[in-house]
Design a protein around this ligand. Structure first.
Ligand code: MSP
Length: 650
């Protein structure tokens, strides 16, 4: 990967309708790690985070609390900022979409897109999901009504709207993905995006008239009832933070090195955002990196589910750096990770305690006992060149991992030098050397361990800034771009120094420190409800079945090709139904009170196709139609759109 001198790194801006949970903390911590790494290797780095404060959802949340949207946004935005400050997140700017300069920048961008002919006015009719702030075509809705993302009911909206000609950008976007294999990380996600775009893009409605809490259109357009669509407003933060549309002061940081996001908002970043940028004639970001979900018991974490883990609580109990290490080591970037205290404790006791902390303790013990804490490194190469080579090889492999956000592989590789060091002590046995009078060799081993610890500390600093600073102090050096240059880029060794004794960095943790995190009240409630439901099902004699049992029933789509009334019967119709077999099935159906013979011919129905044939009023019936009946009458169950006869249902 080529190294640009500047590194502009961003997190998503967080909605102010929720307080931060470990999912938000994860994105921010990954971004912070990349930012710290970039500074360490000497890139001019600008790290942006902030809050996304407009939109109907936030207007509603404020109303529900009897607050103005601005007062509400101020309050929640501040909780995010405070958390990131507590977490020592090294952001350079915390942007808010209610900032005046941001709003000016968004309006300028809107005008520019309009001048380029990319924006036109029309009427929008569609299904809108307020919580997701997204329109969905009917074909994507679940049961014609519910949001495919969050499952909540959508509302039908018909309003005048400005549209962005997204459809014009299909080919340009495909060319960008094609020419930049790393533009979307992980690469598997890029393929998903390509498939989506290849399927065709509709123009995008980018203004709303149904609510007020948003950036107004530029005054020049004289159309005060419109506010900007939140995603146009929000995405623009990446540019307005650099002064786009106002002072342009930091525009030299553009294009972004990486926009870090969660996989839920990939479409907005990988399709809309580059199209907007092309319209604005701006260069495109180098990477859009989408990570997976943090879940609890396999379910996505969200306030509405009540399964949220509070990152501050976890960091306070287990240590901020330990928490950072755990999050970055535990899951491959892009994959989902399940949060549990057990996994966290295992990582702390094993990787951090045994491999890293213990090595430092061994060094403190050995140097104290034999050399009064002195470390001299000038003879290391005479005795331990092979070990040094192995360590340096690992260190050279690290950089691509970090810039591809593969933090778990980065840390895995970084643990190899620790293992080299631990093994060297076991193999060369400094205590034997001392007994045999091989002091120089023992001192060199002492030096080797100190050098390995120093090198690992530098590279671990972006992930664990506090702990590694303590280790560096004990080893008498400072972690900085200069020491990185000397010890990592060059192959300098440490200066001679006296090691400072420090208390163990990772005291062993025997049991979970947060009793209430393992299982939330909400989870207890849900579990109790499920139990109750199961029990009541039993009471009513409704046995639960497995999926295999369900599929024992053969359900098929068919078309009624003939229908007649059964003489002398008030209820029955005699039907011939084509279910894709050679002969039509004869079905006697008790539906005459609700359907006439004429009305049912040539319509599609759902048929239970493997019922034992029965005789009704002397006529053979070889199937049953699916129908639902309540006090208002009976309705046949039919496919929403025509399906070929014989299509299975399930
Ligand atoms: N406001 C938009 C982003 C606009 S960026 C121009 C938004 N905000 S959000 O607060 O709902 O979520 C922001 C990000 O938080 C998600 O993309 C994701 O990065 C992170 N996460 C939220 N829940 C998460 C998990 N349960 N697990 C991991 N990260 C998740 O979307």
């Amino acid at each position: 990967m080529s190294c640009h001198k500047k590194a502009y790194i961003t997190t998503p801006i967080y909605y102010v309708n929720d307080i931060a949970h470990i999912g938000h903390a994860y994105t921010t911590i990954v971004a912070d790690t990349i930012a710290r790494y970039s500074r360490l290797i000497g890139l001019e780095t600008y790290f942006l985070t902030g809050t996304d404060e407009h939109g109907q959802k936030i207007e509603h949340s404020a109303q529900a609390r009897g607050k103005t949207p601005q007062a509400y946004a101020d309050e929640i935005s501040d909780t995010f900022k405070t958390l990131w400050d507590d977490f020592e997140i090294s952001y350079d700017q915390f942007i808010r979409t209610t900032d005046t300069n941001h709003k000016i920048g968004v309006q300028k961008a809107f005008l520019k897109m309009k001048e380029r002919g990319d924006i036109y006015k029309d009427v929008y009719k569609g299904h809108y999901c307020i919580p997701c702030e997204t329109f969905f075509p009917k074909s994507q809705l679940v049961d014609d009504e519910f949001c495919p993302e969050c499952g909540r009911a959508t509302s039908v909206v018909e309003e005048e709207s400005y549209f962005f000609r997204l459809s014009d950008y299909q080919d340009k976007l495909l060319a960008w993905y094609d020419e930049n294999p790393d533009c979307i990380l992980p690469r598997s996600k890029r393929n998903e995006v390509i498939r989506f775009v290849e399927g065709g893009l509709d123009d995008l409605s980018i203004t709303r008239t149904s609510f007020d809490w948003g950036v107004k259109l530029p005054a020049e357009l004289n159309d005060p009832k419109h506010v900007m669509y939140v995603w146009l407003d929000a995405l623009m933060n990446y540019l307005t933070a650099l002064g786009y549309g106002t002072d342009d002061e930091k525009m030299e940081y553009w294009p972004a090195r990486v926009h870090l996001i969660g996989k839920d908002i990939l479409r907005f970043h990988a399709i809309y955002w580059p199209a907007f940028l092309m319209s604005l004639e701006m260069p495109l970001p180098k990477h859009i990196a989408a990570h997976g979900w943090w879940t609890r018991d396999g379910a996505k974490m969200s306030k509405s589910k009540g399964n949220v883990v509070n990152p501050k609580e976890v960091a306070d109990a287990y240590g901020l750096d330990n928490f950072r290490y755990f999050m970055l080591r535990e899951v491959p970037f892009g994959g989902d990770g399940d949060f549990s205290q057990k996994a966290l404790i295992d990582r702390i006791n094993s990787d951090l305690g045994n491999d890293l902390g213990n090595l430092l303790n061994r060094l403190i013990g050995m140097s104290g006992k034999y050399f009064e804490g002195q470390v001299k490194s000038h003879k290391i190469k005479d005795y331990y060149q092979a070990e040094l080579d192995e360590v340096n090889l690992s260190l050279t492999k690290l950089e691509p991992f970090i810039f591809e956000m593969q933090t778990n592989r980065y840390l895995e590789e970084l643990w190899r030098p620790l293992s080299v060091a631990n093994k060297a002590i076991d193999k060369y046995q400094p205590w034997t050397m001392m007994k045999e009078g091989r002091e120089e060799e023992a001192m060199a081993l002492n030096g080797l361990i100190a050098v390995i610890l120093a090198k690992v500390s530098i590279m671990l600093y972006p992930v664990m800034p506090q702990i590694t600073t303590k280790i560096a102090t004990a080893l008498g050096f400072e972690i900085s771009h200069t020491s990185w240059n000397e010890l990592i880029k060059g192959d300098a060794l440490l200066e001679n120094f006296v090691i400072e004794k420090i208390p163990p960095l990772f005291p062993r943790i025997e049991e979970p420190l947060l009793a209430h995190v393992e299982i939330t009240k909400e989870e207890v409630k849900v579990k109790q409800e499920i139990k109750k439901e199961k029990e009541s099902n039993k009471d009513e004699g409704i046995a639960l079945i497995g999926i295999d049992q369900f599929f024992e029933t053969s359900l098929k789509i068919g078309t009624v090709i003939e229908a007649q009334e059964v003489p002398k019967s008030k209820k029955l119709l005699l039907l011939q139904v084509d279910i894709g077999e050679e002969e039509p099935r004869q079905v006697v159906a008790g539906i005459k009170e609700w359907y006439s013979a004429e009305s049912i011919v040539n319509t599609q129905v759902c048929v239970v196709a493997n019922l034992k044939p029965a005789k009704l009023m002397g006529m053979k019936s070889e199937g049953m139609l699916l129908a639902a009946k309540d006090t208002s009458g009976l309705s046949l169950i039919r496919p929403e759109a025509p399906k070929s006869n014989g299509t299975g249902i399930g």
